[in-house]
Design a binder for this molecule. Structure first.
Ligand code: F6R
Length: 250
């Protein structure tokens, strides 16, 4: 790909909670402007406060999510939707059950699909049929992964089944009783899928993300840091707290 590098718009907020409010305001403003928008959503620790703020705006400030279509980035293979560590369960608990999303318009990849490869193709088709993603929310792994596109993933990759990197399994073990219980495989949107979103908002907080963030936006796009592919996208906002921003430009 010969697309030139584009500097993202980087916003450093005063704290993690401020960063979450900032991201929630960006999302809410898009929903208010286009109530039937298509939004791409992430799970993990990073967006929890973002979703809490969206729920607050739904309850106290008339934020209407009933016409929004959502697509989540990823899901563990082998976890049923009712499993407390499945990403479908996470989304119900942290957002969908408490804001007025229409259940039929929320999509989280099905990690229990009988034919995962076929299912991955259908997920892509569903995104296309919905008109494509208007805004994609992303977190970032300590190793630079976006969604579950681990280092080495192709920039053109599409939704597919992947093996999780050891460092991702270790990082996510905090949500399980032991490392052994973390699934080894996941179904994830590809980097190519993510880059087709019309706007991307990447949020990162904490010192553990500082290295990955510095590398991702250092002006070189390299498969060793999947998030560096975002430099090829013309409409990316990166929202950080000071620790996550601490190694930028180093
Ligand atoms: C989750 C996802 C992952 C996370 C990343 C950071 O849907 O796609 O890429 O965004 O692993 O996770 P946290 O926020 O837990 O640090």
């Amino acid at each position: 790909m010969n697309t030139p590098m584009i500097s993202p718009n980087i916003v450093v907020c005063e704290s993690g909670p401020d960063a979450a409010r900032h991201v929630a305001d960006l999302l809410a403003s898009e929903i208010r402007t286009k109530p039937d928008m298509v939004i791409g959503l992430a799970t993990g620790g990073t967006p929890v406060d973002v979703y809490r703020e969206l729920i607050r705006q739904h309850r106290e400030a008339d934020l209407d999510c009933s016409r929004v279509t959502s697509f989540n980035l990823d899901e563990y293979v082998g976890l049923p939707s009712g499993h407390p560590q499945s990403y479908r369960y996470f989304m119900q608990q942290h957002l969908f059950d408490d804001a007025n999303f229409s259940p039929a318009k929320t999509h989280v990849p099905d990690g229990m699909a009988a034919d995962l490869d076929q299912y991955a193709k259908q997920y892509e088709q569903l995104i296309t049929q919905s008109g494509g993603i208007d805004l994609q929310l992303l977190g970032i792994g300590n190793n630079g992964h976006i969604a579950f596109n681990e280092p080495g993933s192709l920039m053109e990759s599409r939704t597919r089944v992947v093996e999780l990197a050891e460092e991702t399994i270790d990082a996510n073990a905090r949500f399980f009783e032991s490392t052994d219980q973390v699934p080894r495989r996941a179904i994830t949107m590809g980097i190519g899928t993510i880059l087709e979103a019309r706007k991307i908002v990447l949020m990162a907080t904490g010192e553990s993300k500082a290295g990955a963030i510095a590398e991702a936006f250092a002006g070189v796009c390299h498969p060793s840091n999947p998030a560096s592919a975002l430099q090829r996208h013309a409409n990316v906002v990166v929202v950080l707290d000071p620790p996550a921003a601490s190694r930028l430009g180093s």
